[in-house]
Structures are given as structure tokens and as C-alpha cells.
Design a protein around this ligand. Structure first.
Ligand code: FES
Length: 103
């Protein structure tokens, strides 16, 4: 059953930034968009399983550090080759000054 899991304090993740979050043997990527909204996706690129938290957040997109493929951080959609398989996404929220994700 999915549960809200604490990731970090809000001020540990700047707007337009991403961090790696490991939980239950899985890797997630947790983001804040330009306007500060939190989002979460699987943390490994669907192309060659590189850690997306080493990539660049551009507006609502994450650019993979390896081959510059891009995903939408809100929907997980694959936006630019070589990625073609979308990322799984997870609900994220701010609660009492902390970022939580539902996994
Ligand atoms: S590993 Fe991410 S685009 Fe190739």
C-alpha cells in the first residue's frame, strides 16, 4: 500500500533543482519546478539507467546527463530522443515545511 514518505526539508531543494532519493531499494528523483511545486519520478533514466538527479531541470523538464534525453517531470512523458519510454511518476506534496512523496 502506498504511503507518504518524508524526503527532505523544503529548503534543501531549490526551485528548478532535483535530488536523488533512495527508498525501499529503489531510486527516485524528487524535483521542484520553477514555481516551487514538488514532483517525483523514478530516479533512473529509461534509456540506460543513469541517475537523473545528476541531470538538469529546465522548467518542467529533466535533461538526462548522459545523452541529453528529456522527460516532463510532471507527467513523466519522454520528450526528446534517445528516450522513448516514459518515467513513472509519484504524487508529491509539501507538508509542514517538508517534501513528501507517495510511494
Ligand atoms: S541514459 Fe538517459 S538519455 Fe541515455
Amino acid at each position: 500500500m502506498a504511503e507518504w514518505v518524508d524526503v527532505c526539508a523544503l529548503d534543501e531543494l531549490d526551485p528548478e533543482d532535483v535530488m536523488r532519493f533512495d527508498h525501499g531499494g529503489r531510486v527516485y528523483a524528487v524535483y521542484r519546478s520553477e514555481n516551487g511545486t514538488p514532483y517525483a519520478t523514478d530516479g533512473l533514466c529509461t534509456h540506460e539507467h543513469v541517475c537523473l538527479a545528476d541531470g538538469l531541470v529546465l522548467g518542467e523538464e529533466i535533461e538526462c546527463p548522459k545523452h541529453n534525453g528529456r522527460f516532463n517531470i510532471r507527467t513523466g512523458a519522454a520528450l526528446r530522443a534517445p528516450v522513448s519510454v516514459p518515467l513513472a511518476t509519484y504524487p508529491a506534496r509539501i507538508s509542514a515545511g517538508r517534501i513528501e512523496i507517495l510511494i
